[in-house]
Write a protein that binds this ligand. Structure first.
Ligand SMILES: Cc1ncc(COP(=O)(O)O)c(C=O)c1O
Length: 384
């Protein structure tokens, strides 16, 4: 029985060819491919500007800097997210304040954010958790009234839609990840998108040591003008090797989303009929890319979440515990003023992520489903 992994990127001959062309061109660092990837990504995500970065984490960091967030400010974030969401405000000296999430979507809502807004709140980082689109419009009124910047952590969201547009398009700034756990990968990598020209220009400089002349422009001229460093910047650059892969992957994104949604529907068709299990689903305001297909192992199911994970492991299925809760980690445990996050804690303790990737075969998916059906029948025997 071969092992079924939780995720496998869809990479192939086109990516190999694209990387080969970059190597043969002799220009492997940030250059023309990065510029092209930015242009195509911005068009695809329906925004004016895209700035490629080394990761989503670095894009979040730059987003907070260009939005003017710093020491003494509070930034509302879900604890129910990969820890990078909470780390970004910490990098700029701001305080991450944890908001709870909605049980169905796993995302923050206007109510959970309003519950923790204070006079110090300057920004909120909303997350499309597992690719489920966050209900941005419900937060707009609250945030606009108080001058709170909305930053969308769309790390998982490429290919998800919100009211018919790409997620991220309606936020003040969005940050994206191209880690291999995401639909679109460049190995490591990220993107910052915004419609604010000034923010895009500053982010573009900051990601490259805040140089006034980019390395590729200097390299392209015979007598380069001396560059000026007006502020302290970072090396958050993407390479042309990565961008070449990203351009190919972006072209494949609609097909990746279509396939994932097809497999997700097949999962849900069985899981929705198993009492005690609940599968993630599209919210009424958009469509998800099913970056993570998570299920909630409810308390009335005979096996608890760890038991289901063990049953899947016995069937050589590598599932994963659901999303972490940052406020429980040593890095934040002592700095969150006794945050009360019951839904976050419930979801962190009861959800698990099932394998879902482009090349997942129906036979392998059936093995996952059969394991869940058997686990459910154990429950029936136990209850009899
Ligand atoms: C919600 C969220 N934000 C941020 C990140 C960090 O992305 P990266 O690894 O590209 O820095 C991740 C990665 O898993 C994530 O899931």
């Amino acid at each position: 029985m071969s092992r079924i992994n939780v995720m496998k990127p869809w990479l192939g001959a086109d990516e190999v060819l694209a990387v080969t062309e970059v190597i043969e061109s002799g220009w492997v660092a940030q250059g023309p491919r990065v510029a092209r990837f930015e242009t195509e990504f911005a068009a695809h995500m329906q925004v004016d500007f895209a700035v490629a970065t080394s990761s989503c984490t670095s894009a979040l960091h730059l987003a907070l800097i260009v939005a003017g967030i710093g020491a003494g400010d509070e930034v509302i974030v879900p604890s129910f997210s990969f820890i990078a969401t909470a780390n970004a405000p910490t990098y700029v000296g701001a305080r991450p304040v944890f908001a709870d999430v909605d049980l169905t979507t796993g995302n923050v809502t206007a109510q959970t954010v309003a519950a923790v807004v204070s006079a110090q709140t300057r920004a909120v980082i909303i997350v499309d958790q597992g690719g489920v689109p966050v209900d941005l419009l419900s937060l707009r009124e609250l945030c606009d009234r108080q001058g709170i910047v909305i930053i969308e952590d769309a790390a998982c969201g490429a290919g998800s839609t919100y009211h018919g547009r790409s997620v991220g398009a309606g936020a003040d700034i969005a940050a994206w990840s191209f880690h291999p756990r995401k639909l679109l990968t460049t190995g490591e990598g990220g993107m910052l998108t915004t419609n604010n020209r000034d923010w895009a220009v500053r982010a573009r400089q900051l990601r490259e040591h805040a140089m006034s002349v980019s390395a590729s422009d200097r390299q392209g001229s015979l007598l380069a003008a001396p560059e000026v460093y007006a502020e302290v910047g970072y090396n958050y650059r993407m390479t042309d090797l990565q961008a070449a892969v990203g351009i190919v992957q972006l072209g494949k994104l609609p097909e990746i989303v279509r396939r994932r949604r097809e497999l997700a529907e097949r999962y849900a068709g069985v899981i929705d009929g198993i009492p005690g299990l609940r599968a993630v689903a599209d919210p009424e305001w958009g469509t998800g890319n099913f970056q993570s297909f998570w299920i909630d192992v409810q308390p009335d199911f005979a096996l608890d979440r760890e038991g289901v994970l063990a049953a899947l492991a016995d069937a050589e299925v590598s599932a994963r515990r659901g999303i972490m809760a940052a406020h429980r980690q040593p890095a934040y445990r002592d700095r969150c003023d006794g945050a009360v996050l019951p839904v976050t804690e419930y979801l962190t303790d009861h959800t698990l992520i099932l394998p879902l990737y482009h090349d997942l075969t129906l036979a392998d998916q059936d093995r996952v489903l059969d394991t869940l059906v058997v686990a459910a029948s154990v429950q029936k025997c136990g209850a009899a």
